[in-house]
Design a protein around this ligand. Structure first.
Ligand SMILES: *Cc1c(COP(=O)(O)O)cnc(C)c1O
Length: 478
């Protein structure tokens, strides 16, 4: 590949787009410039490779391919079959799973497919026997009515939102909260860690159909072997949503008890977070649930996105290379260096540190809400997001926390020395920011005061820090 093949590809693409709608071409160019300039610490974001990005922009997007490999509801799917089978093969090899379903369009979709598969599996055999039909699609309305009555409440036990769980794990603003009667397990107030005895106790009391592990904002490893034992003890299906940490599983940083794949009945993930692929989702499972999972489209999902499945195959091929394991280890080394840098400067961290890719700051020690801290950091060129901390006194909107993660900056090449500088920048902004007041003089949870000169100075230091680590170094658009 010639050195500037990537530049040429993107420049030509923009030229073609510009001829139709120049404002879109400009926005694409501006997005690259913005991403290059910002110190991106959003724990769920990353930078996919040029090969992965380029794979999404082509005629695979034009194809309808409902069904599965070799069993499509549309003609002419032979090339879609090739890329879907490749993506699934790479996923199975990478994660050591016996079955991979690569059609989900996002993490939420992957979870819906999993929920459906578990429910269908639970009801199918008894129901089919009773109704004397062969498969779940043959059940009549009356069968379904009887089934829902028989099954009673569908119970799900998952991690509470303020301890780092995800909306899709049975919470009200998401459909999972309507489908399931939910109860959650939190973390120990003293240590911030999952207390497995408490999880076991909750499981015994609640007897869930599904026990869910996985998180968006828990800075520690989860022992999936223990969680599986708990699920087994109450006859629950054990599901792990590894959307955030799939890259650490792929890179073999999480092994043994901390690798969900050998322990869970079913594993869901996104492909665009620490795994560094295209935006999308995936389900991994054993042979028991494979048939139900493969009914994801059209049961739960719209037609698959062949261009994205192709990009998943490319990104998963990248993740199978030895340098991805090195990348995954550096993500964790960087998160730990960032945590240590913050602790040394007096910042309060939930659980006192991290053993994954993310760090959760409790900014109430700076006298700020998460919302104030997030905006002050953004003014200073540091992109983070506010996040609830366990037992958050400021609720889910203002919050008391800031979540930061290292997958993106690690992709850019920043290392532990740069993480210490980053900790210094964050600490400086937070310690120089003070809460603002409303017009009537009462304290505001959103307004804040930060000297613009300080914000400017930090912003410049952040830009300097990034200058040595260009984003997409092979790509120049002009
Ligand atoms: C990000 C995330 C999701 C949702 O992923 P989308 O692709 O945005 O739908 C689901 N579960 C967990 C744990 C996540 O962190």
């Amino acid at each position: 590949m010639s050195l500037n093949a990537e530049s040429t590809a993107f420049r030509s693409a923009l030229e073609v787009i510009r001829a139709v709608e120049p404002r879109v071409a400009d926005a694409i160019g501006a997005e690259l410039a913005d991403q290059r300039e910002s110190l991106k610490l959003i724990a769920s974001e990353n930078y996919a490779s040029p090969a992965t990005l380029l794979t999404m922009g082509n005629w695979f997007s034009d194809k309808y391919a409902e069904g599965t490999v070799g069993r499509r509801f549309y003609a002419g799917c032979q090339n879609v079959d090739t890329v879907e089978a490749l993506a699934a093969e790479h996923a199975k090899e990478l994660f050591g799973a016996s079955h991979a379903y690569v059609q989900p369009h996002s993490g939420i979709d992957a979870n819906l497919v999993a929920f459906w598969a578990i429910l269908a599996d639970r009801v199918e055999s008894p129901a089919l026997k009773k109704a004397q039909v062969r498969q779940v699609n043959d059940l009549t309305e009356a069968d379904w009515f009887a089934l829902r009555r028989e099954l009673g409440n569908q119970r799900m036990l998952g991690m509470s939102l303020d301890a780092g769980g995800h909306l899709t794990h049975g919470f009200r603003p998401n459909i999972s909260g309507k489908m399931f009667d939910q109860r959650s397990y939190g973390t120990d107030p003293a240590t911030g860690l999952i207390d497995y005895d408490r999880v076991a106790e909750a499981a015994r009391e609640f007897t869930p159909l599904i026990l869910v592990a996985g998180y968006s904002a828990y800075p520690r490893k989860v022992n999936f072997r223990i969680m599986r034992e708990i699920a087994d003890s109450v006859g629950a299906t054990f599901m792990v949503d590894m959307a955030h940490f799939a890259g650490l599983v792929a890179g073999k940083v999480f092994t043994g008890d901390f690798d969900p794949v050998p322990h869970a009945h079913i594993v869901t993930t996104t492909t665009h977070k620490s795994l560094r692929g295209p935006r999308g989702g995936m389900v991994l499972c054993g042979p028991e649930l494979a048939d139900q999972v493969d009914r994801g489209c059209p049961m739960v999902l719209g037609g698959p996105l062949p261009h994205v499945m192709a990009a998943k195959a490319v990104a998963l091929a990248e993740a199978r290379r030895p340098d991805f394991a090195d990348y995954a280890q550096r993500i964790v080394d960087n998160a730990q260096a960032l945590a240590e840098g913050l602790l040394r400067r007096g910042t309060t961290l939930v659980t006192g540190g991290t053993d994954n890719h993310l760090v959760l700051l409790d900014v109430s020690s700076y006298g700020l809400t998460g919302r104030q801290a997030e905006q002050a950091l953004l003014d200073s060129g540091i992109v983070t997001n506010r996040n609830a901390v366990p037992q958050d006194r400021n609720g889910a909107w203002y919050t008391s926390g800031i979540r930061i993660g290292t997958p993106a900056l690690t992709t850019r090449g920043l290392g532990t020395a740069e993480m210490d500088v980053t900790a210094e920048l964050i600490h400086t902004v937070l310690s120089q920011t003070t809460p603002g007041a409303n017009a009537d003089g009462t304290p505001s949870k959103a307004k804040y005061v930060l000297d613009p000169a300080t914000a400017d100075k930090i912003s410049k230091q952040a830009t300097d820090l990034l200058a040595t680590f260009p984003l997409y170094p092979t790509i120049t658009l002009t």
